[in-house]
Design a protein around this ligand. Structure first.
Ligand code: AMP
Length: 431
């Protein structure tokens, strides 16, 4: 069968690479893909933007695509799955109505409250009903969020009431476009941040291998927030007891609630959680798709067939499916362009990819482009080098051996991805 992957980042390179390993797959197409997907055997890029669901459906019909897997949230929130399903083309992901869990933070907060799923207390406002006095009455810090999709930039932690009011006012005034027509003002939660990803079909649910990412740009988890500078799997912070609580208190009631509301969920569901001191898994956000860069180390550890897993979800057969995971750890280091996450350069030639490809592990591409036969930078996050090892420490060494072989002008990356997990691996501790 032929597979279509929608998107062009590191997550989509990993999805395409993993699907191409399936004995059931003839060819994998990626729309629009990147230089990494262009160079893989049995994978080709298709020049269709990820948000053009009409052209994607036409392509899927012409190429007899047996399964489409959607990487990014934009097309899911816009309803690509509904469009494919109406044309009887299997497409893995949530419907537009179910994808509101990511598409609208105000919707999600109301949903969480209604189903008594733990989350920060909050209020929502539009320009017409914004109440500065409410904001002034709240404890600091405060978290101000644009309701809609804002490419990971719509969350601002405010240390003063005046900055919270100014941030909300700017969002309501259009600084994030329509995404800021409604804002959520919420309580700041303390604790340890954990991400938890499952694959679901209505009430059937399979948790994926655990993972943890590093959001800050600089070593020691300092500097500006980014889309993610690295990730590893498994995440020892998710103990079996915590795993059980997250399933019981967050994932299962969420899937039940969506069903009761008439919007059953199919797809990857990613819960961003803040674990309180008493172990309560508070929901910070939901994503209606896999995370990037968590996908890269997670899929490095998936030994069974990804196409089987996604197809089982589309067909409602997850209760008869059990993914098999490599017991080794995987760790991915993101290599970013100089200046990221602000303004960054594009078009720099990347050296050393062939040397890195001869090393153990795998380099996934994100913001890269082929220019003649050269691979050049084309985005903020450029590559993610993923190593495997018996420990997170060993996986880290393998990943950095690849990173050390690669270079371009002003490349930047962290040197300490996985440091918390590695500290937990000190002698005498089990992970
Ligand atoms: P979100 O997109 O809602 O996950 O927010 C992005 C990041 O902001 C999260 O990964 C957290 O680090 C932080 N954040 C969001 N909401 C809160 C909150 N209520 N309390 C503390 N930190 C938060």
């Amino acid at each position: 069968m032929n597979i279509l992957i929608v998107g062009g980042g590191g997550r989509e390179h990993a999805l395409a690479w993993k699907c191409a390993q399936s004995p059931r797959v003839d060819h994998v197409f990626v729309a629009p893909g990147n230089a990494g997907t262009a160079l893989e055997p049995n994978i080709s890029n298709v020049d269709i933007p990820a948000d053009d669901s009409g052209a994607l459906l036409e392509f899927a019909e012409n190429e007899d695509i047996g399964l489409t897997i959607v990487g990014p949230e934009g097309p899911l929130v816009a309803g690509i799955v509904d469009r494919f399903t109406a044309a009887s083309r299997p497409c893995f992901g949530p419907t537009r109505a179910a994808a509101r869990l990511e598409g609208s933070k105000a919707f999600t907060k109301e949903f969480l409250k209604r189903y008594r799923i733990p989350t920060a207390s909050y209020a929502t406002f539009t320009a017409a009903d914004f109440d500065a006095d409410y904001v002034r009455a709240q404890r600091l810090p405060l978290v101000v969020k644009a309701d809609g999709l804002a490419a990971g930039k719509g969350v601002v932690i405010c240390e003063s009431h005046e900055s919270a009011i100014a941030t909300a006012t700017a969002m309501l005034g259009g600084s994030f476009g329509a995404a800021g027509n409604t804002v959520v003002v919420e309580e700041f939660l303390r604790g340890e941040e954990v991400s938890f990803i499952v694959v679901a079909h209505d009430q059937q649910v399979i948790p994926l291998a655990t993972s943890q990412d590093h959001k800050r740009r600089d070593d020691g988890d300092r500097g500006p927030n980014t889309g993610g500078m690295g990730a590893y799997s498994p995440a020892p912070v998710v103990t079996p007891a915590l795993h059980e609580r997250i399933m019981r208190e967050v994932i299962e009631p969420t899937l039940r609630g969506l069903r009761s509301d008439g919007n059953p969920y199919t797809g990857f569901l990613y819960a961003g959680l803040m674990i309180a001191a008493d172990g309560t898994p508070n929901v910070l956000e939901f994503n209606c798709r896999l995370g990037d860069p968590e996908t890269q180390p997670i899929l490095m550890r998936l030994k069974s067939d990804l196409v089987d897993l996604c197809e089982a979800a589309v067909d409602g057969a997850l209760d008869r499916t059990q993914p098999v995971w490599d017991s080794r750890a995987a760790l991915g280091v993101v290599m970013a362009a100089g200046g990221y996450p602000d303004g960054f350069r594009k078009g720099d030639t990347i050296d050393g990819l062939e040397a890195a490809a001869r090393l153990p592990g795998k380099v996934f591409h994100a913001g890269t482009r082929l220019e003649a036969s050269r691979v050049v930078t084309a985005g903020g996050r450029v590559l993610c080098a993923v190593g495997l090892g018996d420990t997170v420490g060993a996986a880290q060494r393998q990943a950095y051996a690849m990173v050390d072989a690669i270079h371009w002008d002003l490349v930047q990356y962290r040197r300490d991805i996985g440091y918390r997990a590695i500290a937990r691996e000190s002698p005498g501790r089990t992970t």
